[in-house]
Design a protein around this ligand. Structure first.
Ligand code: PMP
Length: 410
């Protein structure tokens, strides 16, 4: 620790005088307190609790972002993502940033200002993508359902034929509604209309089946902090050859330098050039943690992971129904196994329920998001958190809150 006596220097018009302090803002009081980050059961829609192996990886000494060992770790991450996404795409990497970074990267690189995009909106994530596309000057067309609704392939085809977009966006795991959207056949329909398919799997990767190459998805992204159980802040993404052809044959440069895939593909060693050139300083600790979380998913096996999430979710759904609660997504096959949504029980204030559960059980559940605010509660059991003991703990907390929080005040 360096400590500079406050009376040591003084700044004037002519410079700094020794003997008086030039510092006018005192050190903040928090520096005298130890860091406090309490343990919480993170049973919301993310971030999820992080297993010790991943935490330990993130705590390892930093190496340089351009060291050969770091490039080796980035290559491991790329292979881990190829497995998790089930893709052989060369253009596979992790973004330095959260899920939104991947979302913006996909839009900024694929779409040029003035081009049409079609966005399926059945919760907040379509809304977000429509807003980002609008900000970057795309012509935005939307297909809209109330939260938790889903789109038939015929509806999607009709809209593609009408709007002729260059890109169609769909959320696989709509975490604001608790819906897992069917994907089969949509990639083929998009390609029939010369459109690329962009899919958000932030809340579903590792929890519900998704096969990038077999399902003809052109751009797929996810986040580190959900079923992957890494700390927030990195976001895997992959582009098909078709997507690469579009984004590397643009007339205009992408609006973002940081998210320009020409630069990022070199940083990740995906452009075939012998040398990697500095572009930005990647989150070294975040990449260590992401590598380990991808290794855990690969060791577990994707199919085992999907099956495990479904089994725990079904156990949880049954317990919720036994408590008299109503699941928000009626059709079991459309329920997202990683994030369960329940209708707010009559006679309760949802904010009170959440606050009671946090205070008395140290458990985080959340309410709705965007268009689903006030409609539902969201409970996530993903990856490391996904087991029957945690499901039972969540049920016990809900049962207790239902006893304690009934509104006379309603
Ligand atoms: N898409 C989905 C489906 C999500 O659930 C989230 C995060 N809740 C995001 C995108 C955005 O991710 P982030 O918060 O990491 O930017």
């Amino acid at each position: 620790m360096f400590s500079v006596p406050l009376e040591s220097a003084r700044s004037t018009k002519h410079g700094v005088h020794r003997g008086m302090s030039s510092v006018t803002i005192p050190p903040p009081a928090f520096c005298h307190r130890p860091l406090e980050a309490p343990f919480r059961y993170l049973f919301g829609p993310g971030p999820s609790n992080v297993p010790p192996r991943v935490l330990a990886a993130g705590g390892r000494p930093i190496i340089g972002h351009m060291h050969s060992e770091m490039f080796g770790i980035m290559n491991d991450i790329k292979k881990g993502i190829q497995y998790a996404f089930q893709t052989s795409n060369n253009m596979t990497l992790a973004m330095s940033g959260s899920g939104h970074t991947a979302m913006e990267c996909a839009l900024f690189n694929i779409v040029e200002p003035g081009e049409s995009v079609l966005v399926a909106i059945n919760g907040i994530w379509g809304e977000r993508v429509a807003e980002i596309a609008e900000r970057m000057g795309a012509k935005v067309h939307t297909l809209v359902k109330t939260p938790g609704g889903h789109f038939t392939n015929a509806e999607i085809e009709q809209a593609l034929a009408k709007h002729k977009p260059v890109l169609f966006f769909l959320t696989h795991g709509e975490s604001s509604a608790g819906l897992v959207h069917p994907v089969d056949g949509i990639g083929d329909i998009c390609h029939k209309y010369n459109c690329l398919l962009l899919v958000d799997s932030v809340a579903s990767l590792g929890a519900a089946p998704l096969l990038m190459d077999q399902q003809n998805i052109d751009i797929l992204y996810t986040g580190s902090q959900k079923a992957l159980n890494a700390p927030p802040g990195t976001a895997p993404i992959s582009f098909s050859e078709r997507a690469c052809h579009k984004m590397f044959n643009r007339k205009t440069k992408p609006v973002s330098y940081l998210l320009d895939m020409t630069n990022l593909s070199n940083y990740w060693g995906n452009d075939g050039k012998p040398e990697r050139i500095y572009h930005h300083t990647g989150p070294v600790s975040g990449f260590f943690a992401l590598r380990e979380s991808l290794a855990i998913l690969a060791e577990t096996g994707l199919e085992n992971s999907w099956k495990h999430h479904t089994e725990v979710a079904e156990y949880f759904w049954k317990g919720l129904e036994d408590l008299g609660l109503k699941l928000f997504i009626k059709d079991k096959d459309l329920r997202l196994p990683s994030v369960t949504t329940i209708a707010i029980p009559e006679g309760y204030n949802w904010k009170e329920l959440l606050a009671y559960i946090m205070k008395h059980h140290r458990i985080e559940f959340t309410g709705g998001l965007g268009p689903s605010v006030g409609m539902l509660l969201r409970i996530g059991l993903m990856g490391y958190n996904c087991n029957k003991a945690n499901a039972a703990m969540a049920l016990a907390a809900l049962e207790d809150a239902l006893k304690q929080c009934r509104m006379s005040k309603a």
